[in-house]
Design a protein around this ligand. Structure first.
Ligand SMILES: [Zn+2]
Length: 463
C-alpha cells in the first residue's frame, strides 16, 4: 500500500511554497536572511532554519522571500497575485539529496547471499561467490535499477556508485552503468568508481582498468589494504589517475585496527604527486581508535592534501566490532564512525552516504539519504546544535562529485526539493517521514517504492 504524501503541490508551472523552513546552511548566501523566524513557535532549531516562501516557475526556483503570510493568516490574503500557493505550515524543505558512496552493483543480493556471521571477512567471501555465479549484465542491471528507483522515490538526485571491477566484471558492470546513466539522466546524475584492491594497479590488468574507467567517464578507485607494497600501490594509482586526468576515490581503513594508516599514506601521496584532481577517502574507521597524536597528524595531512572524507555510518554500524564466532554472545563496543567533527573543524569537506544496501556488507538500508542523515546524527551526535550537518548529504557531496549548483537552494537553480511535514530537526529525526513530498523540476513525483518481489526471480524465490 503506497504511503500518501502529506500535501499536494499545485500542478501549474508557477506556484508558491509558503511558510517553508529551509536549513540555513543550504540556502544560498543572502537569501531569506531577513525572514522573521520568530514567527515560529518552534524555538529549538530556529538558529539553523530560515522561514521563507519559495516561488517555483517552469521547473526552476524563481525567487525566495520572507514569508508574507503569518502562519495563522489565510494565504488568500497574502500578496501572491494569481499564482497558486500552498502552505507548507513550517515543514522543512531541503534540496534533493546526494548519495555519493554506494554499491549499486552489490545491492539486494541478501536473499540469495546473506552474510552468515555478519563479519567483514564473510561479506567479502559472500560477495565474491555471488558475483562469480550471478553477475551478468541483466542481474547487475535489475538490482542497480531497483536501487535507483528507491533512491529517486526517497528524494535523491545524484549518486556515485563503486563497481567491483576485477577482470571481465569491470566491462560488464561499467556497461550496465553507462546504460543506466543514460536512462536515468533526467532523474539521477550518476557517477561510477572502479573498485579493486590496489595491488591490481601494479599489474597490466590494472592499467587496462584505468583505461576502461576513463573511457566510461568514471573515477579511479580501490581498497587500500595495508601490506608491504602499499605505498607503491598508492603511487601507481595516482600515476594512472594523473595520466588520464581522473579523480580518485579510495576505500581507506575500513577497520578498527589502529595500525591501518592508509588515509595518511594517501594524503602524503597526494602532496608528493601534486595531484590536481579531486580525492575522496571513504570509511577511515581506524581513525576512531588511534592515539590523539596520530589523529592530529593524520587530520593535518588530510587537510594539507585537500582530501575530502565520506563516512558510511550505517554500514560501519553493521560490520565494525563484530567478531567471527562471537556474534551471538558479544555486544559491539566500538562503532567505527570516523572523526567527522574533528575533520570538519579544520575545514576538511565531510559527507555521509549509504554505502551498501541489503547485501553481505550491510543487510539493511533502503537507499534513503534521510535515513543516512538521521542515523548519522544519532551515531555521531551531530546535534546540539545540528548547524550545517544537512550539508553532509546534500551540498558537500555535490561539491565532492564536482556537481555545480546541486544540493542547495539557490534562485535560478532547478526546483528539486524534498518537503517534509516535520517542522523542526527534532520532528524530522524522531519520525520516519515516509509521507515526504519530492519535487523534481517543479513537479511532484510519485514516491512509491519498488516492491521487493520485483527481484524474486533473481533471488530464486519464485516457484
Ligand atoms: Zn563502500
Amino acid at each position: 500500500m503506497p504511503i500518501t504524501p502529506f500535501l499536494e503541490v499545485p500542478k501549474t508551472d508557477r506556484y508558491w511554497l509558503c511558510n517553508a523552513q529551509v536549513p540555513r546552511s543550504l540556502l544560498a548566501a543572502g537569501l531569506g536572511r531577513s525572514a522573521s523566524i520568530a514567527q515560529s513557535s518552534l524555538e529549538v532549531d530556529r538558529a539553523d532554519l530560515v522561514l521563507v516562501d519559495l516561488e517555483v516557475n517552469d521547473g526552476r526556483l524563481l525567487s525566495v522571500r520572507s514569508p508574507t503570510a503569518n502562519l495563522e493568516t489565510d494565504l488568500g490574503e497574502a500578496d501572491l497575485g494569481d499564482v497558486p500557493a500552498i502552505d507548507v505550515k513550517s515543514g522543512l524543505v531541503w534540496p534533493c539529496l546526494v548519495d555519493m558512496h554506494t554499491h549499486l552493483d552489490k545491492g539486494h543480493i541478501w536473499p540469495r547471499s546473506p552474510n552468515i556471521d555478519g563479519t567483514f571477512e564473510q561479506a567479502l567471501a559472500a560477495v565474491q561467490s555471488d558475483s562469480q555465479q550471478w553477475w551478468n549484465a541483466e542481474d547487475v542491471y535489475r538490482r542497480a535499477e531497483f536501487g535507483l528507483k528507491c533512491s529517486y522515490a526517497h528524494g535523491t538526485q545524484a549518486i556515485r556508485t563503486h563497481l567491483d571491477a576485477f577482470d571481465e566484471q569491470g566491462e560488464i558492470s561499467f556497461g550496465v552503468f553507462r546504460q543506466l546513466r543514460q536512462e536515468w539522466a533526467d532523474r539521477i546524475q550518476l557517477q561510477a568508481v572502479c573498485l579493486v584492491s590496489l595491488d591490481y594497479f601494479l599489474t597490466s590488468k590494472g592499467e587496462k582498468l584505468a583505461d576502461l574507467t576513463a573511457a566510461y567517464g568514471g573515477v579511479l578507485g580501490g581498497v587500500t589494504y595495508m601490506n608491504a607494497e602499499i605505498v607503491q600501490q598508492i603511487d601507481r594509482t595516482f600515476d594512472l589517475a594523473k595520466e588520464r586526468e581522473l579523480d580518485l576515490d579510495f576505500h581507506t581503513d575500513e577497520s578498527l585496527n589502529p595500525d591501518d594508516r592508509a588515509l595518511r599514506l594517501v594524503a602524503e601521496a597526494a602532496v608528493r604527486h601534486e595531484f590536481p584532481g579531486r580525492i575522496t577517502c571513504g570509511h577511515c574507521c581506524s581513525l576512531s581508535v588511534q592515539s590523539d597524536r596520530e589523529v592530529e597528524e593524520t587530520i593535518a595531512a588530510v587537510k594539507a592534501a585537500g582530501i575530502s572524507i565520506v563516512s558510511l555510518p550505517m554500514c560501519n554500524l553493521y560490520l565494525q566490532d563484530r567478531r567471527q564466532g562471537q556474534g551471538s554472545r558479544r555486544t559491539p563496543q566500538y562503532r567505527g564512525m570516523t572523526l567527522l567533527k574533528e575533520l570538519k573543524a579544520v575545514g576538511v569537506k565531510c559527507a555521509i552516504a549509504s554505502d551498501n544496501c541489503r547485501d553481505p556488507f550491510h543487510a539493511y538500508g533502503d537507499h534513503d539519504g534521510l535515513e543516512v542523515f538521521t542515523q548519522s546524527v544519532k551515531i555521531g551526535q551531530l546535534d546540539q546544535p545540528i548547524e550545517d550537518w544537512p550539508s553532509a548529504i546534500t551540498q558537500t557531496p555535490a561539491e565532492m562529485m564536482g556537481l555545480n549548483g546541486v544540493g542547495k537552494i539557490v534562485e535560478g537553480g532547478s526546483a528539486d526539493f524534498v518537503v517534509f511535514k516535520a517542522r523542526s530537526f527534532n520532528e524530522l529525526i524522531a519520525r520516519g517521514q515516509g509521507d515526504r513530498v519530492v519535487i523534481r523540476r517543479g513537479k511532484q513525483i510519485d514516491t512509491s517504492l519498488p516492491d521487493y518481489a520485483e527481484l524474486d526471480d533473481l533471488m530464486g524465490l519464485v516457484g
